[in-house]
Design a protein around this ligand. Structure first.
Ligand code: APR
Length: 177
């Protein structure tokens, strides 16, 4: 654990590591519209969950999921109980509604843990993606009646972590860790 911040009755936690190892209620995948698996975190989640994950996706969501949306499945062989498959926008320079679509993907996906949607293969600049993500997570945790209590944003690289840390705590000191 690297940084924590309280939002309403909940907590946003920023953590560096492999999201497939988290023993939580749900992790969030950065998926494609086809929900067909892929590289990056999507490939890692499918490898760790086993082939049952793809079978469930094909059976329940044969038409895939639009950009900005999310669907959920069981976690199968993962320690996480559920996987929420969020489809972020591919970065195309910022003039194609990408920030709104990324906010929509985060809002649709909000659960207990999430990777850095759209900032890998899809090329969304992480310095611009992190404030959208942190705002969406904070709003969801502070929403009246939400069952969410802890949301962990999982960053794979030190560079991503620095951008999310900046978005979460700015220049202030953190809880260490
Ligand atoms: N745990 C946590 N984060 C991870 C892991 C992991 N095991 N593996 C990769 N990441 C991070 C990347 O470092 C990046 O910061 O996830 C973030 C999102 O990157 P991508 O996985 O490339 O996702 P995205 O940019 O949304 O592109 C989606 O990539 O995964 C494929 O099939 C997916 O084609 C789709 C595209």
């Amino acid at each position: 654990m690297v940084v924590e911040r309280v939002h309403g009755a909940g907590v946003v936690r920023l953590w560096r590591g492999d999201i497939t190892t988290l023993d939580v209620d749900a992790i969030v995948n950065a998926a494609t519209r086809e929900l067909a698996g892929g590289g990056g975190v999507d490939g890692a989640i499918h490898r760790a969950a086993g082939p049952e994950l793809m079978r469930e996706l094909r059976r329940r969501y044969p038409d895939g999921c639009p950009t900005g949306g999310a669907v959920s499945t069981a976690g199968h062989r993962l320690p996480a109980r559920h996987v929420i498959h969020a489809v972020g926008p591919r970065w195309q320079g910022g003039g194609q509604g990408e920030p709104l679509l990324l906010d929509s993907a985060w809002t649709a996906a909000l659960a207990l843990a999430a990777p850095s949607i759209s900032t890998g293969v899809y090329g969304f600049p992480v310095a611009r993606a992190a404030p959208i993500a942190v705002a969406a997570v904070g709003a969801a945790l502070a929403a009246p009646g939400t069952p969410l209590r802890l949301c962990t944003i999982v960053c794979f690289s030190e560079t991503d972590l620095a951008a999310y840390r900046q978005a979460l705590i700015g220049g202030s000191s953190d809880g260490g860790g």
